[in-house]
Design a binder for this molecule. Structure first.
Ligand code: SPD
Length: 357
């Protein structure tokens, strides 16, 4: 009988220790699993004060990580090493993630603030019905330039970037679709072209641009242009807005040949551990006042119609950053070209980068 009691006590103690150890492992600085929210976003793309306000309001700890391109984000998510609760990819990347089963459908009943989004930004082709994603920021890809550093000259086309007067002046954003895209646009081809001859031609055209390329950079592109360390840049419109805010001598144009219109949306990955917290965070960022605060900080264009009321009229009426639908309708949205074709775009871009060395 004594042996049976000893065995019972030993089993009970082992079970207790096991449960205790698991609880400790799931604890992060005093927060347990459901009180932690992990967010994966582009660099310079969320006001840190809003993270603090959410932590306070929701009683959760936010762990925040950043990426610099959709391709880098896709690789990390597909490898599944990190389980993020909220991620902010762009249009074609969302489509790809959906296709690969990397996302969960959103529960719209937990997102009442979705009603504040301008219907123009809902139901877009990469996620009709917004089953998996809700709008965060949007914009275009274009050219920023400093007329004073170009002897008063104004630029308005992709063609201009190849001009020999711009030797060693052009900064390019470090992103495959954007750079291959300007080669395609320059030749009059679609940004979603999959014809190998056209893609090869676009790469050859980009090789001709090499003497004008000063550097291929990430988020530091804003500082380099605002500080007048280069006179021309290939940038996303929101970065241009921030640079111009810093240095009003610069100007941003949507090139005449056309360009990419893009949409960054919030999604919840299939591996998320805090799905309820993820919905709370997304709904928090959809709140009009929070969205306006974030827009002021980040500089990009908000799709939140109610947030526009809190922003200066001179910002929201600026056609460079809030172009009317008549303008955006003639621009191109990147499509999900499939795994092999996207890998090919990356390869062409890498060869272009190597060609510069
Ligand atoms: N620093 C924030 C950059 C966000 C850019 N998103 C645009 C993606 C276009 N495909």
């Amino acid at each position: 009988m004594k042996k049976v009691i000893q065995m019972f006590v030993a089993v009970f103690l082992a079970a207790f220790l096991c449960i205790y150890a698991t609880a400790r492992l799931n604890t992060f600085h005093g927060y347990s699993g459901k009180d932690i929210l992990t967010v994966y976003n582009w660099g310079d793309y969320l006001d840190p004060e809003l993270i603090a306000a959410f932590e306070e309001e929701a009683g959760m700890k936010v762990i925040y990580e950043t990426f610099e391109s959709n391709e880098a984000m896709l690789t990390k998510i597909a490898h599944g090493g990190n389980a993020f609760d909220v991620v902010i990819p762009s249009d074609y990347a969302i489509n790809k993630m959906k296709e690969q089963g990397l996302l969960i459908p959103l529960d719209h009943s937990l997102l009442p603030n979705l009603k504040y989004i301008d219907p123009r930004f809902l139901g877009l082709p990469f996620d009709e019905g917004n089953q998996y994603s809700v709008p965060y920021f949007w914009g275009t890809l274009g050219i920023i330039y400093n007329p004073e550093m170009l002897d008063g000259r104004h630029l308005n086309s992709w063609h201009d970037l190849w001009d020999e007067s711009l030797a060693n002046e052009v900064l390019l954003v470090d992103s495959a679709r954007e750079v291959i895209g300007i080669g395609l646009d320059r030749l009059g081809y679609s940004l979603n072209d999959t014809d190998l001859d056209h893609l090869h031609e676009a790469q050859q055209k980009l090789f001709e641009l090499v003497p004008n390329v000063k550097a291929i950079v990430g988020d530091e592109i804003k500082m380099l242009l605002a500080n007048e360390e280069a006179s021309v840049g290939l940038v996303w419109s929101g970065d241009a807005a921030l640079i111009i805010d810093e240095n009003p001598k610069l100007n941003y144009v949507i090139p005449v040949e056309g360009t990419n219109v893009w949409f960054d949306n919030m999604v919840i990955p299939a591996t998320a551990k805090n799905v309820e917290g993820a919905h709370m965070f997304i709904n928090f960022l959809l709140d009009p006042e929070n969205a306006a605060q974030n827009t002021e900080y980040v500089g990009y264009s908000t799709p939140n119609a109610a947030a526009l009321e809190y922003l200066p009229e001179e910002t929201t009426s600026d056609q460079r950053f809030y172009p009317d639908p008549e303008i955006t309708d003639r621009l191109e949205l990147y499509e999900n070209l499939g795994k092999r074709m996207l890998a090919y775009y990356n390869e062409l871009f890498l060869e272009f980068k190597m060609h510069r060395k």
